[in-house]
Write a protein that binds this ligand. Structure first.
Ligand SMILES: Nc1nc2c(ncn2[C@@H]2O[C@H](COP(=O)(O)OP(=O)(O)OP(=O)(O)O)[C@@H](O)[C@H]2O)c(=O)[nH]1
Length: 423
């Protein structure tokens, strides 16, 4: 099933406000149950087909970590099972039927909760997108050259990126369906479907999994990005998540440039109950990294998160320093860093894309954390990143609280962004 089909299915069946009747719930249960037969471990039944398509479900190594993270989901999944264990064999069929019903109701609840986080976090973008599209459609008379020009302008304005806008408009020129579309709603549906299809096609070989060190040795994750994008906050959020999932976490405050950066990380460390290795103000960041890596390795920490200074893309010295940090990490743990996550602020739009290009060229970025998604009215940046950068978005930030960081899930994202735009 394609991403757009998943979208449609959700639109018709899983709208939170409209699925409170027992009738619609039981429809969902049977869907959810039939999908879960082929399911492995994902907490989201509707996410599975997308994961299969992008080749994620075979990645068992990272699966264990992902499972540990989704504690809430596990707790809900566990409950009916342990209840059924304690039941005697002579229990009536109707009792076990109602139990399996309540189990799938719980599964649906988990699915909806995750979707709700996306829905809330994407509210601004969804409204912004809808406004742009409705303005564009209000001018719709016929599918001619002006129509395509307006469409490109609308898409660029929504931050999907120039390349993606041209690609969408070029492909739509070939669409017989669009040429025959008379109603505004049909035109809108064809455009959104094209966007979702192109987005999905661009992501076929994308690796959105987090990578960890093999055999329980220390995983090192380096965070890079310009000033103020949310590196320290993201590290704090991830430290909480993994700590709560039972992993031992260590933080390295290698941002020794900005006064207050170390203190900020230490505060997150206290909140998450994880230690922080810090140096003196203006100390050589590499020395902090060295000390932290040695400690993490010798004391067998599961994960070390390294916070780095906000580096300016035109500052060669700072880029060189990042390289130096990597060399030091590699000297102590040869296969590290296991991830270099570039943090980008979604509210900066195309500027974020420029940053991504520069960082990708000068450091081995393995994935993106897109922060402040709650604060932008132009969610299209996600399309531009995939289309132009071919870098996977691994995490998405919807706010300042620890629980506002989520694993990036394309189907939840697409649905949260477009759900009011497709009939
Ligand atoms: N609304 C919102 N704010 C966020 C999010 N992530 C981070 N922030 C805020 O962004 C601001 C900057 O975050 P920091 O974590 O200090 O950024 P940084 O990249 O470490 O900055 P430097 O240390 O200067 O390089 C803080 O006020 C955070 O609370 C998010 O997902 N949503």
């Amino acid at each position: 099933m394609g991403l757009f089909d998943i979208f449609r299915k959700k639109k018709n069946n899983v709208e939170p406000e409209s699925t409170t009747t027992s009738e619609s719930l039981s429809e969902l249960q049977s869907e959810s149950l039939s999908q879960s037969n082929s399911e492995t471990t994902t907490s989201s039944a509707l996410t599975q087909p997308v994961m299969e398509q992008v080749g994620l479900v075979d990645e068992h190594e990272a699966d264990e970590w992902s499972k540990a993270l989704d504690k809430k989901s596990e707790a809900i999944h566990d409950l009916p099972e342990s209840e059924s264990e304690s039941e005697s064999e002579s229990e009536s069929e109707s009792e076990s039927e109602s139990e399996s019903e309540s189990e799938s109701e719980s599964e649906i609840e988990v699915e909806r909760n995750e979707q709700q986080v996306y829905d809330e976090g994407l509210k601004k973008s969804r409204t912004g997108f809808a406004e742009r599209f409705n303005r564009f459609l209000a001018n719709f008379r016929t599918v001619d050259e002006d129509f395509f020009e307006d469409l490109e302008e609308t898409l660029v304005g929504a931050d999907v990126g120039f390349d993606m806008a041209i690609k969408i408009s070029d492909e739509l020129r070939e669409e017989v369906k669009l040429a025959n579309a008379k109603r505004k709603e049909d035109v809108r549906d064809v455009i959104i479907k094209k966007m979702v299809d192109l987005y999905e096609a661009d992501g076929v070989n994308e690796d959105t999994q987090m990578h960890f060190a093999p055999n329980g040795s220390t995983t090192v994750i380096l965070f890079v990005g310009v000033n103020g994008v949310g590196k320290t906050t993201t590290i704090g959020k991830l430290a909480s998540k993994y700590q709560q999932a039972g992993k031992s976490v260590l933080l390295a405050a290698a941002d020794t440039f900005r006064a207050g950066a170390t203190k900020q990380l230490q505060e997150w460390g206290e909140r998450a109950n994880v230690p922080v290795v810090a140096g003196k103000e203006k100390a050589d960041p590499a020395s902090v990294v060295f000390e932290a890596v040695a400690k993490a390795r010798d004391e067998h920490y599961d994960i070390l998160f390294v916070d780095t200074a906000g580096r300016l893309q035109n500052n060669v010295n700072l880029m060189q320093e990042l390289e130096k940090m990597k060399r030091i990490i590699q000297r102590e743990i040869p296969d590290a860093p296991h991830e270099v996550l570039l943090v980008l602020d979604a509210t900066t739009g195309q500027n974020a894309l420029q940053q991504a290009k520069l960082f990708k060229d000068s450091s081995d970025v393995t994935g993106i954390v897109l922060t402040k998604m709650d604060g932008t009215a132009k969610g299209g940046i996600v399309f531009a990143i995939r289309n132009e950068m071919h870098l996977p978005v691994k995490w998405i930030g919807f706010g300042e609280k620890a629980s506002d960081l989520r694993e990036f899930k394309p189907d939840e994202f697409v649905y949260g962004l477009f759900k009011e735009l497709v009939s």
